[in-house]
Design a protein around this ligand. Structure first.
Ligand code: PMP
Length: 432
């Protein structure tokens, strides 16, 4: 029998056929990534035989961990009946009904295939509804890879511009200059500066995009006053307030938006609502969502996708969300509260100048004594990144613990106090 190849050998072959050896930079790791063999619950086994506890959960997408039995069973049944049709499927309607009942701001929904696509469709819907060209987004915030959503994403200090006038910098080399011109950048959680900036473009802004707990901005929740000020500004200026809840939908039963007194006009979703399969969705006000409605004589936003609302994703997503009921959300958030408390104790005991931020079942460790309040404070320079990578490598290779590359964790409902203790003890050793 031929010898089974290890991860290093497979990666050497991968580099000959896949650019960089990986199709998503998230799984890239030096000197080579490990290839997954199987995963169950909160554990992943790679083909080299190492078992790791998974605190990344496919970048926050697996709310019940891996191979959750109710999802596996339902998907197997659906697989036997077909995976995608040029016909509508009933399960889409059942799942849509569940989500609409779940969140007060959702009056209509449309499904698509990724968070990137959901943000893109949300931006296009906002433009179609208002007839305006510009969008506003937070400095540094990540919203996927649509040209306009990418502007100022993870911008580095050479590009920041003044604090009261953050620059609109495209991410990808060769982005047409017209893209940056139509994206207005605001400093998250700073009301005065943000409103000053928005006022200068008041007649052109279709929507203000807000991630209620933006990961790259520091995983710090939006202040109530800030979100309310944006809402008031959009009402006064006939623009839309739209939330990117691709990651934050897990924060409450009704998403992170449940924490605020004002409702977004539209919301983009992804990750957990796919139950482990590719997914995106836009949901919100019925009159705005009408831009997608093909009944309209003057259809403002023609929109399709070959795999949108395919019955596999709909089946898996519906199961995932049914099992992520209010009780499950509360239990998971309580476990995260305990984890954060324990990590803060580990930081204190180890005597390192670190801090922790987060919301719901997500948290991020920062290599600074006070939690960051802005993207610029949360930004890791070269030295900071090097240290974060060393800590992540320690956790990965020595503690067999997989975290997200910003030094963050996204918990799943199958985790228990045992995994939290493992994590905090491992982190304590890493800090030391
Ligand atoms: N918005 C946010 C806030 C995200 O974090 C991400 C992905 N991490 C996206 C959009 C894009 O989602 P996807 O990777 O499914 O395209």
């Amino acid at each position: 029998m031929a010898k089974k190849e290890n991860s290093e050998e497979i990666y050497n072959k991968a580099r000959q056929v896949i650019s960089g050896g990986v199709s998503r930079n998230t799984v890239f790791r030096m000197p080579y990534p490990n290839y997954a063999n199987s995963a169950s619950g909160c554990y992943i086994t790679d083909i080299d035989g190492t078992v790791r506890t998974d605190f990344a959960n496919n970048m926050a997408a697996l709310i019940h961990g891996h191979s959750f039995p109710p999802i596996v069973d339902a998907v197997i049944e659906q697989l036997k009946k077909g995976t995608a049709y040029t016909l509508a499927s009933e399960i889409e309607v059942a799942f849509a009904t569940h989500l609409i009942e779940r969140v007060p701001s959702f009056e209509r929904i449309r499904f698509m295939n990724s968070g990137t696509e959901a943000v893109m469709a949300m931006i296009k819907a906002s433009r179609a509804f208002t007839g305006r060209p510009k969008i506003a987004k937070a400095e540094g915030a990540y919203h996927g890879t649509y040209d306009f959503a990418e502007v100022s994403q993870m911008a580095d200090p050479s590009n920041w511009g003044k604090e009261d006038q953050p620059s609109s910098v495209p991410l990808a080399h060769g982005t047409p200059p017209c893209v940056a011109k139509d994206v207005v950048i605001y400093p998250y959680n700073n009301i005065e500066r943000t409103l000053n900036i928005l006022d200068k473009h008041a007649e052109d802004i279709a929507c203000v995009i807000v991630d209620p707990v933006p990961h790259r901005v520091g995983l710090v929740p939006g202040n109530h006053d800030f979100i309310e000020a944006l809402y008031a500004w959009t009402r006064k200026n006939e623009a839309l307030l739209v939330f990117d809840e691709v990651v934050t939908f897990r924060v409450n039963y009704g998403g992170a938006q449940e924490n605020y007194s004002v409702k977004p006009d539209l919301t983009s979703l992804g990750k957990i609502i796919g139950g482990g399969f590719p997914v995106g969705a836009v949901a919100g006000r019925a009159d705005v969502m009408q831009v997608f409605d093909p009944h309209e004589k003057n259809l403002l936003l023609p929109y399709s996708g070959t795999f949108s609302a395919n019955p596999i994703t709909m089946t898996a997503g519906y199961q995932a969300m049914k099992y992520f009921d209010s009780e499950a959300v509360q239990q998971l958030n309580s476990l995260a509260d305990i984890a954060v408390k324990q990590i803060r104790e580990a930081i204190k005991l180890a005597g390192v100048p670190f801090s922790v931020t987060g919301a719901g079942s997500m948290f991020r460790i920062h290599l600074r004594p006070d939690p960051p309040t802005t993207y610029r404070e949360a930004y890791q320079d070269k030295e900071g990144k090097k240290l974060v990578n060393e800590l992540l490598d320690y956790m990965y290779y020595k503690e067999n613990t997989l975290m997200i590359n910003t030094f963050s964790c996204m918990l799943s409902t199958v985790m228990t106090q045992k995994e939290i203790d493992q994590l905090t003890e491992g982190l304590f050793r890493a800090f030391k």
